[in-house]
Design a protein around this ligand. Structure first.
Ligand SMILES: [Zn+2]
Ligand SMILES: [Zn+2]
Length: 358
């Protein structure tokens, strides 16, 4: 890689999380020992470097999941960012989705945003893609010169064409100000069919179509847009990212035998209650209500449906994420963990917060 190793303190100067918050969360029975291990080591400089521990306390030096953004949907939240996850394998970061704020979250997690060379977009809803132009522009502006490949389902090439058009003005200005290479030379798009879409020394990435889209035959998006789940097979672990989806045979097959399932979860009744309280429900026409209910019931998963998927696939650990704004600020969604367990899943279940590590 030609990208220079610059020890800019501003690139990763913020600690992953406040130690006090982590301790409180840990004592409450929530997640996660790993960040505490890291921060305790940081706090006590004389102590030996902490061994990174995985969620199930196995040594995990090779494959780590960082939940950068755990909000579901595009609504702004004060306590959670839009969808994004980092998978670090042997020190190489892979980004799965890039919701708004992703550059800052990568920075806060302590990673160099310029090192990300492969971005895997599950689908092209805005809460999974809005941070993409910011990330690409910032990588270019801070001297990444190796290509960045954006992998995604049908529709991604169109999205990237638009993103590059959006960034062209900035590129033109900065090029005139002395930038040696063009932004367009940096960015590659890999719009894929389901199957193995990428492989290197660290990972084999397989995509499967999930059940997030149900476009009517006569509608414009029909046949033009798809939604993916991804499976990353590493030497140490197999990790599946569900993307947004309802119960899906494609996802169930993809997840079979995997160790970790990073999955969306929703609760239509809680969300409907919120919408009734804040007036959104009353503002919907009967037809809009029907469409919204169809979307929530068929294109997202309940805790019981998550449990059913994980049990049938033989998953060991579930990481719940993409929480819709049902519970208000600082909701830890611990009830989702209990709901998944109550539905019969007896492995580990975590309700992720932004910047948790597994
Ligand atoms: Zn989403
Ligand atoms: Zn979506």
């Amino acid at each position: 890689m030609n990208t220079p190793v610059v020890k800019d303190t501003y690139l990763a100067q913020e600690r992953p999380q406040n130690l006090y918050i982590l301790l409180v969360r840990f004592l409450r029975g929530g997640v996660l020992p790993i960040s505490i291990f890291c921060l305790v080591a940081t706090a006590f400089a004389s102590a030996p470097k902490a061994q990174i521990q995985s969620a199930d306390n196995r040594p995990s030096s090779e494959a780590i999941v960082v939940t950068l953004g755990t909000a579901g949907g595009p609504r702004p939240r004060v306590d959670r960012h839009q969808s994004a996850n980092l998978l670090i394998v042997n020190g190489t970061p892979y980004l799965i989705d890039a919701g708004d704020g992703v550059v800052g979250q990568i920075n806060r997690a302590g990673f160099d945003f310029r090192k990300i060379g492969h971005i895997f977009i599950t689908h092209n809803h805005s809460d999974h893609t809005m941070g993409l132009p910011a990330l690409l522009a910032t990588q270019w502006e801070f001297q990444r010169r190796d290509p960045v490949t954006i992998h995604g389902p049908l529709g991604t090439a169109k999205l990237m064409k638009g993103a590059m058009a959006f960034l062209a003005v900035n590129s033109e200005i900065r090029s005139a100000e002395g930038f040696p290479s063009s932004l367009s030379a940096l960015v590659k798009t890999n719009e894929s069919e389901p199957g193995v879409i990428y492989r290197d020394d660290n990972v084999t990435v397989t995509a499967a179509e999930n059940a997030h889209y149900n476009f009517p035959r006569e509608s414009a998006p029909y046949g033009r847009h798809k939604s993916f789940a991804y499976r990353f097979d590493t030497a140490e672990r197999s990790i599946v990212f569900s993307g947004d989806t309802g119960p899906s045979k494609g996802l169930a097959k993809l997840a079979h035998g995997a160790d970790i399932l990073v999955t969306e979860v929703s609760d239509v009744d809680e969300l409907m209650q919120l919408y009734k309280q804040n007036g959104i429900w009353d503002n919907k026409t009967p037809e809009e209500r029907q469409q919204w209910l169809f979307h929530q019931r068929n294109e997202h998963m309940s805790p019981a449906q998550v449990a059913e998927l994980a049990i049938s696939a033989g998953i060991k650990t579930i990481i719940l994420t993409h929480f819709p704004p049902a519970g208000g600020k600082d909701d830890d969604f611990a009830r989702r963990v209990e709901q998944v367990k109550a539905a019969g899943f007896d492995g580990e279940v975590f309700a992720a917060h932004d910047l948790d590590r597994f």
